[in-house]
Design a protein around this ligand. Structure first.
Ligand code: NAP
Ligand code: ZN
Ligand code: ZN
Length: 352
């Protein structure tokens, strides 16, 4: 297999900061697209993984799964893309393609498991994990590459590849739309996209935040109402009022409080993936026949649908652009909920 050495940013152990390192990419094989990476969003999952918070990570770890770039070469059998196209790559770069879920366009729930954009075994290189978007370029099978609509700002579109689809998919699945009152909890990268998308779907959106500074701004993002979740009186006013709650919080918090805000037969879905278990009281669910669920990203077809939906509604992320050398500092700010609302790395800062 022909390979290419490129620059990347990653770490070698859970306690180690991220730093520049060199990695190997395969040259595009028959069905592959080689992408020069222009922008990469910084998801909280990058931090959870780099620090082995979800179990042992495969090191070296090169995070990044909100990738926007330009096609620089294609394999002989590629039909969907050509050199020069602007494309995106999200959280997965492969799956088995044969199981019932892959056939139903739910590759994110592939039975043997999807291949993550980073931190999955790389089938092309023995004993090597897949490396994500904090790198100069990436090579991906065309079936897992997305078209970025031309009207979108490229840097602000990068977060759609994870934060966008991870909120769009459950909002669609639980039929959010006109006549529905929807709570979005945790106004970070995911949560702020959740507000924008739920609003565009026609729902009445209630944002829940722990941050006073976001309280003032959540309406600009599209929320009809905003609640400071630390304020018990404000919270009590919503008891039994919501059809659906999307929880995008990255750390420990009390989910029972949000279950109490659901109407009878209401559902709450977790997309936030904190390191430690979240206790649920039986009576939080029994009284009111409530459902407590989870959701992971979305399939490739649904991701393209989400990108086209965002283009039609002129939706992108609110971003703060950073240089790659400031990634460790950005992680510390993420931990404090101090980002409005997504960091995006300008990958020119790695190349120069
Ligand atoms: P983020 O930008 O850091 O946002 C998380 C938000 O949670 C913060 O902005 C803050 O919102 C709130 N929060 C943080 N700590 C809190 C605490 N101790 N108590 C209450 N609220 C707190 O993270 P993200 O990138 O949006 O990701 C959110 C979570 O989703 C992460 O766990 C990530 O790994 C996970 N994720 C899951 C999927 C999936 O497929 N299910 C995909 C992507 C990411 P306020 O300031 O508004 O309170
Ligand atoms: Zn992510
Ligand atoms: Zn499969």
């Amino acid at each position: 297999m022909e390979t290419k050495n490129i620059k990347a940013y990653g770490n070698e152990a859970a306690e180690a900061p991220l730093d520049q390192l060199n990695i190997k990419r395969r040259q595009a094989t028959a069905h592959d697209v080689e992408i020069d990476i222009l922008f990469c969003g910084v998801c909280h999952s990058d931090l959870h993984t780099a620090r082995s918070e979800w179990g042992p990570t495969l090191y070296p770890c090169v995070p990044g799964h909100e990738i926007v770039g330009r096609v620089i070469s294609v394999g002989g059998h590629v039909s969907k893309f050509k050199v020069g196209d602007v494309v995106g790559v999200g959280c997965m770069v492969d799956s088995c393609r044969e199981c019932e879920y892959c056939k139903e366009h739910l590759e994110q729930y592939c039975e043997p498991g999807m291949t993550g954009t980073y931190n999955s075994p790389d089938k092309y290189f023995e004993n090597t994990p897949t490396f994500g978007g904090y790198s100069e370029s990436i090579v991906v099978d065309e079936s897992y590459v997305l078209r970025i609509p031309e009207t979108l700002d490229l840097a602000a579109a990068a977060p759609l590849l994870c934060a966008g689809i991870t909120t769009y998919s459950p909002l669609r699945h639980w039929n959010v739309g006109p006549g529905k009152k929807v709570g979005i909890v945790g106004i970070g990268g995911l949560g702020h996209m959740g507000i924008k998308i739920a609003k565009a779907m026609g729902a009445h959106v209630v944002a829940f935040t722990t941050s006073e500074s976001k309280f003032a701004e959540a309406k600009r993002l599209g929320a009809d109402e905003v609640v400071l979740s630390k304020n018990r009186e404000q919270m009590a006013a919503y008891r039994g009022k919501l059809h659906f709650v999307l929880d995008a919080v990255s750390a420990e918090h009390d989910v029972n409080v949000y279950l109490s805000l659901l109407r009878v037969d209401g559902s709450m879905a977790l997309v936030g993936a904190p390191e430690h278990p979240l206790p649920v009281a039986a009576f939080s669910l029994i009284i009111g026949r409530k459902s407590f669920a989870g959701s992971a990203i979305g399939g490739i077809q649904e991701t393209q649908e989400m990108l086209d939906f965002c283009a039609a509604h002129n939706i992108t992320a609110d971003i703060e652009m950073i240089d790659i050398k400031n990634i460790n500092e950005a992680y510390e700010r993420l931990l404090k909920g101090d980002v409005k609302y997504r960091f995006v790395i300008d990958m020119a800062s790695l190349k120069n």
